[in-house]
Design a protein around this ligand. Sequence first.
Ligand code: FAD
Length: 433
Amino acid sequence: MQRRDFLHYLSAGAALGMMAPFGNLLAATGPTMPGNTGANGRVVVIGGGMAGTTVAKYLRLWGGTGVQVTLVEPNPTYISNIFSNKVLTGERTLTQLSYKYGTLTSKYGVKLITKSVVAIDPTGQQVLLNDGSKLLYDRLVIAPGIDFDALPMSGTAAAQAKVVHAWKAGVQTTSLQSQIKAMTKTDTFILTIPAKPYRCPPGPYERACVVADYLTRTAKTKGAKVLVLDANPGIQAEVENFTYAFKTIHKNITYVPNAVISSIDATTSISKVNTSVGSFSGKVVNAIPPHKAGKIITDNPLLASVGGRWAGVNVLSYESNTVPNIHVIGDAAATTQPKAGHIANAEAKVCADAIVHLLRGEAVNPSPMTNSACYTPITNTTASWLSVVYRYDPATGTMLPTGNGVTESSGINKDNHEEMLKWFSNLMSDTFA
Ligand SMILES: Cc1cc2nc3c(=O)[nH]c(=O)nc-3n(C[C@H](O)[C@H](O)[C@H](O)COP(=O)(O)OP(=O)(O)OC[C@H]3O[C@@H](n4cnc5c(N)ncnc54)[C@H](O)[C@@H]3O)c2cc1C
């Protein structure tokens, strides 16, 4: 297969080697809901993001009418994090990145409840919603994404409010966009990257590139600098492409590794970021704090079995290692796979397939495969990419990269930027349409 076809195949959301063999074909040609497939039960899904929406859709598509799926999500609209860096530069709007759940309910018969889950009762197999109501489940899928540790900060409330992460697309993205727009040519934009694991390994370096590109392309800000303070010892993804981009394309970027934040002195003009390798001052501070699984996981120490921060799962079904009948997918799960939207979509399909089999009293697929692809805008017209296919390894019980592992684009160019737009459109259609 040509790389282009391969990436389009991947981006159609294939979870390779799964036991619902026609799933991808159906998705590509316009799926029809099957009747009762012998799988019967109530599945509650917490979180309508990349992972939760996909699992809800595919549970119905592969499980049929006997699988009653209820999705609980507090927001009526999902705003994609993917491409939200392009909102910072004015190339996209949040409205263009907004997705609704209409198809999920009308086409696939998923029941949507626009509320939050505030507690889980694994013994009674029920969840409590923020309006006091309860939902019983036979299988529960939790896909709440991530939460953050608080960063130690000083300064007035107004000054502290300016220090945003914008790592969950929404109001913080808009705030950061305004702050970048207000910069002048003598200003510095500071981006801090937390120690791994964090969501979207190439994402922060991508942000540094597109902000540096915007600052250089805009007359008012040409000459402004980008300072990347990375808590990690080096660039975490696409090392060759980002090293080249930082050194050659965006000479206004300075990259500082091993910079673990100790505190931030926020002011409304110049803020100071104190780190393990020194203090740095900048006009705009975009601080991405250390990550952990969404609160509904960390509120339940039994579920947050990996350091009290992430959910340990069996990657054959994404069932929790510690709590039966509860599955965790997407960024909140601790696996060997990256925390990213494309792989969240793939994990969701492995999980949906496994639950359908379990509801039929059958064994789950013993050798699932997943895939991740990530396109990275480097400027407003060029991009790079990486892709990797994972296969279940029975010896370690983990998903391991196949072949040569992670493949990266051999360059940064306009073709990649065009393919990126198609990839994104396919991925979001597979998730929300
Ligand atoms: C700037 C940026 C760029 C990115 N670019 C890419 C990219 O190019 N490619 C890629 O693959 N990935 C990318 N990602 C990563 C990707 O967005 C995430 O990995 C992905 O969204 C994870 O999916 P998820 O379903 O686990 O979490 P989310 O998509 O965050 O969804 C979680 C959902 O759960 C809901 N929720 C939380 N708690 C509760 C509760 N108690 N009750 C009910 N609902 C709840 C939330 O409201 C939310 O809708 C990027 C991320 C960022 C920040």
